[in-house]
Write a protein that binds this ligand. Structure first.
Ligand code: FE
Ligand code: FE
Ligand code: ZN
Length: 287
């Protein structure tokens, strides 16, 4: 089971600290933001302690495809109203691609974007235009578009959006997908018919393009379009379902990443990873 969580990247150890945090959870994968997710200020990668971090990764046998970078959510390639927002998004994504290469990772997860008031078609075209610009000098780092809950004017709440973007981008081979269990349920997919969902994904996008799974429970009922993550087994999806996804044979090679909420300012990932590996839910939040 390739499993890990979101981990922090902060002073003084930066990427080395991220890897150490992941190893402390017994994780075999990890996901980082290269700085605060809500802004575009970034430390220079020369401070990241990359060599030491990579030594730890290779000792632990963690693959470069299991080290995931998540682009900050303020990046909105679908913005048609403010040219500065679009330019900033393209420019930041280019830098993020370079940072990802510097740390030796291969995949960046990106929220496709929100069209604000322009409508879905125009938003999708803008995303394609932005990705084409951002990928000009890149031939190796992949962008995994995330399945979204569909709150507000978010695009990417159906597989068809992601397939359309992928098939329209010039460097189509670099466009991949990240499935988020909370988001898919919120978007109205019947995730409990999980094999049928995988068949649909296979038909629309292709399972070989699935690079990451965000494994989250949801605070809301299917179709709520809210995007509120819950701890595993404490939401509407339930532990059995999430364990089924984590251990599904068709997804064995896809890294699963937890983005569940902290509990009393403490990360829940050690307990959650342990439960997923064992397949046994222990009601740790009630005790
Ligand atoms: Fe995300
Ligand atoms: Fe997610
Ligand atoms: Zn989410």
């Amino acid at each position: 089971m390739i499993i890990g969580s979101h981990v922090s990247l902060s002073a003084p150890d930066y990427f080395l600290g991220s890897v150490m945090e992941a190893l402390s959870y017994n994780a075999s994968a990890l996901m980082i933001y290269t700085g605060a997710p809500q802004n575009t200020f970034r430390k220079n990668v020369s401070d990241f302690r990359i060599d030491e971090a990579r030594r730890l990764l290779s000792e632990a046998g963690i693959s470069d495809y299991s080290v995931i970078v998540h682009a900050p959510y303020i990046i909105n390639l679908a913005n048609t109203t403010k040219p500065e927002t679009f330019e900033l998004a393209v420019d930041f994504l280019k830098q993020e691609i370079d940072r990802t290469r510097s740390i030796g990772a291969k995949v960046i997860v990106l929220h496709p974007g929100s069209h604000v008031n322009a409508g879905e078609e125009i938003g999708l075209e803008r995303i394609i235009e932005g990705l084409n610009l951002a990928l000009v000098d890149n031939d190796d780092i992949e962008i995994a578009l995330e399945t979204m809950a569909g709150k507000g004017s978010e695009l990417g709440y159906k597989f068809e959006h992601l397939a359309y973007i992928k098939n329209s981008v010039i460097k189509s081979n670099l466009i991949k997908v990240c499935m988020d269990t909370c988001h898919m349920s919120d978007a109205g997919y019947d995730v409990f018919e999980f094999d049928r969902l995988l068949d649909e994904f296979e038909l629309v996008v292709g399972l070989e393009h699935l690079r990451v799974i965000h494994l989250n429970d949801s605070k809301n009922l299917p179709g709520a379009r809210k995007d509120r993550h819950a701890n595993l087994g404490y939401g509407e999806l339930g532990f059995d379902f999430l364990h089924k996804v984590a251990s599904h044979p068709r997804l064995a090679l896809v890294p699963k990443i937890l983005e569940t909420p902290y509990v009393n300012d403490q990360p829940p990932y050690c307990q959650e990873i342990k439960m997923l590996r064992s397949g046994i839910f222990d009601d740790w939040l009630s005790t």
